[in-house]
Write a protein that binds this ligand. Structure first.
Ligand code: GLN
Length: 492
């Protein structure tokens, strides 16, 4: 059962080789066995999942099916799910049961998906390690052979990536504000795409930084991601930033090949201190594309070096504004106070964790009168230059290929004493968010320690099809079939 990809499981369901109940039950068993160790799910909705699976079987028996009928998925606990607690990884939403469904998750339900539960994440999606969740750290199913250190799955979509890598879901929803789909996908040896800003509706997704947040899928293969994105995407009148353009057949694009494409290699992504194995993987990936008929071209994205600095102004600024709504009055946690101000203060002091408080303080500082021009306005101007770099590069090339992350997964607890070190994880992923362009991570190799490394493909706005074509070519050449050691026997 677990050796089937999402595309294969879909075919097996339609031909009645397996039932949706069997498939869902197998995944629920895997969750029961592994979640106590990995903590990838905050909430498991087993009964609901089986009811949805039975409905899927009934539909299949009638010869009716949607694109995802009977496919068991994990939903990042940042997507509001009607009647199912949605925490955003925060104590302040520990009792929040949304009365509505996010557009993205509603689209998946419309297409027949089964929801296994809500995946763990960094608190309000702020982090790169899943260590900031109020519901405990998530563990990466990968470990160094022989080593006993527990590794982080990356973040913030660490629960989504860990669940997919450990075969506790066939696919998952995730969100990416600065790298939170691509970095955990890379750390866990799975695929993930952050589509173009505006491709998926943000309605019903708990907001972190609204001009950067974008939903996307994490799954085992590039094709599986394409199938999921096809369901998640689409115009939504309830999100004014969702784009009113058609959703192409992403899965078909995976088979296009790369012959005749021009692939750019941004020279600024060659950074001091990048491990030689990552550099070697990058060169190998470019060689594969060249041998498939693509032309490899050097390009320059000169403002890359300002990406992180501007991201860590813009993202906290927007976060401080978005998080103002958690005041203990309308929903979520409420602590008592002698007056309204004390109630606010007590609620927010108890409800938010340290990283979220740090971001709120940075955000209110850079937005404050007197500093606004020096920090926030300046960052917005640099953001425009980052976008211009990409626009210029895409005059000359069809896609860019870079490493996804500057390192493989690290141990839990590492980098916790130094926020800047943690922020450096996103050095290769953040520019695509600043520019709003699509980016995908594909598992490309194991490093010398036996841990997965990913390659990133960045494309033109709303040209996810080329991103899928290039990513699928890399995937075919890489032939990455390794399983995390703890799941090595899970093929049956
Ligand atoms: N790691 C980045 C941050 O902490 C990005 C997180 C994300 O993409 N949600 O902000």
């Amino acid at each position: 059962m677990f050796d089937l990809t999402l595309a294969q499981a879909r075919a097996a369901l339609r031909s009645k080789q397996i039932s949706a109940r069997e498939l869902t039950a197998a995944y629920l068993d895997a969750i029961e066995a592994l979640n106590p160790t990995l903590n990838a799910y905050i909430t498991v909705t087993a009964d609901r999942a089986l009811t949805q699976a039975d409905a899927a079987d009934a539909a299949l028996a009638r010869g009716e099916h949607g694109p995802l009928t009977g496919i068991p998925l994990a939903i990042k606990d940042l997507f509001c799910t009607e009647g199912v607690r949605t925490t955003a990884g925060s104590n302040i939403l520990s009792n929040f049961i949304p009365p509505y469904e996010s557009t993205v998750s509603a689209n998946l339900l419309r297409d027949g998906a089964v929801f296994l539960g809500k995946a763990n994440l960094d608190e309000f999606a702020m982090g790169s390690s899943n260590m900031t969740s109020a519901y405990g750290a998530v563990t990466n199913p990968w470990s160094q052979p022989g080593g006993n250190a527990r590794l982080v799955p990356g973040g913030s979509s660490g629960g989504s990536a860990s669940a997919v890598a450990a075969r506790m879901a066939l696919g998952a929803t995730a969100t990416d504000t600065g790298g939170s789909i691509r970095q955990p996908a890379s750390f866990c040896g799975v695929a993930g795409i952050k589509p173009t800003y505006g491709r998926c509706s943000r309605w019903g997704v708990v907001a972190f930084a609204s001009s950067l947040d974008q939903a996307g899928p994490i799954a085992r293969t590039v094709e599986d991601c394409a199938i999921l994105l096809g369901s998640m995407a689409g115009h939504d009148p309830k999100d004014s930033t969702s784009a009113d353009i058609g959703v192409p057949d992403f899965a078909a694009a995976c088979a296009r090949g790369v012959r005749g494409l021009r692939i750019g290699v941004p020279r600024e992504y060659r950074m001091d201190g990048t491990p030689p194995e990552i550099e070697a993987m990058w060169q190998r990936g470019l060689g594969w594309l060249r041998s498939e008929g693509a032309e490899i071209v050097d390009v320059s994205l000169p403002h890359t070096k300002y990406g992180l600095a501007t991201y860590y102004i813009v993202a906290p600024a927007e976060a401080s504004s978005n998080l103002a709504r958690y005041d203990g009055v309308r929903f979520g946690l409420r602590e008592n106070g002698a007056d309204l101000t004390e109630l606010y203060e007590a609620t927010r002091a108890t409800g938010f964790g340290a990283e979220v408080k740090r971001r709120i303080m940075i955000g209110t500082y850079v937005l404050s009168a007197g500093y606004y021009d020096a920090y926030y306005l300046k960052a917005q101007k640099v953001r425009a230059l980052i976008l211009r770099d990409f626009t210029r590069a895409f005059h000359d090339v069809d896609a860019l290929v870079t490493p996804s992350t500057p390192s493989a997964a690290f141990a839990q607890g590492e980098k916790m004493d130094d926020p800047i070190k943690m922020y450096l994880n996103d050095v290769f992923t953040v520019p695509a968010n600043m520019a709003g362009v699509p980016g995908m991570s594909v598992p490309a190799a194991l490093d010398n320690a036996g841990l997965p490394l990913g390659l990133q493909v960045i494309g033109r706005p709303f040209d996810e099809e080329t991103v899928f074509a290039v990513s699928a070519a890399l995937e075919r050449a890489a032939g990455f079939t390794a399983l995390p050691p703890m799941r090595a026997g899970a093929a049956a």
